[in-house]
Design a protein around this ligand. Structure first.
Ligand code: SF4
Ligand code: F3S
Length: 106
């Protein structure tokens, strides 16, 4: 499955959801996740993300491995999002900001 990683936090551009053929994105307050049980590995969402936050599970760097389990866990708790909406107002300021993981809201 593909995995949403740290740089989505506080950006949440949502361009990714418009291209997913199986609607497997789930939405939290300031982050999206992919339901790994639904993702068909089509790769379409990867190029859509302005934050380059979506990676194939096998390509997730060691420092971000926790996001693999986080996507699986939060996908079972959060509702689907199937159409893009406006990103966070300060998304561009948070894009590439370091150490955003502690800012994830559940
Ligand atoms: Fe959806 Fe394809 Fe991205 Fe998986 S890889 S989340 S199926 S767009
Ligand atoms: Fe997040 Fe990128 Fe989608 S910032 S909401 S994974 S377009």
């Amino acid at each position: 499955a593909y995995v949403v990683t740290e740089n989505c936090i506080k950006c949440k551009y949502t361009d990714c959801v418009d291209v997913c053929p199986v609607d497997c994105f789930r939405e939290g307050p300031n982050f999206l996740v992919i339901d790994p049980d639904e993702c068909i590995d089509c790769t379409l969402c990867v190029a859509e993300c302005p934050a380059e936050a979506i990676l194939a599970e096998d390509d997730v760097p060691a420092a971000q491995h926790a996001f693999i389990a986080l996507n699986a866990e939060l996908a079972k708790q959060w509702p689907p999002i199937t159409a893009s909406r406006a990103p966070a107002a300060d998304a561009d300021e948070w894009n590439r900001a370091p150490n955003k993981r502690s800012l994830l809201e559940r």
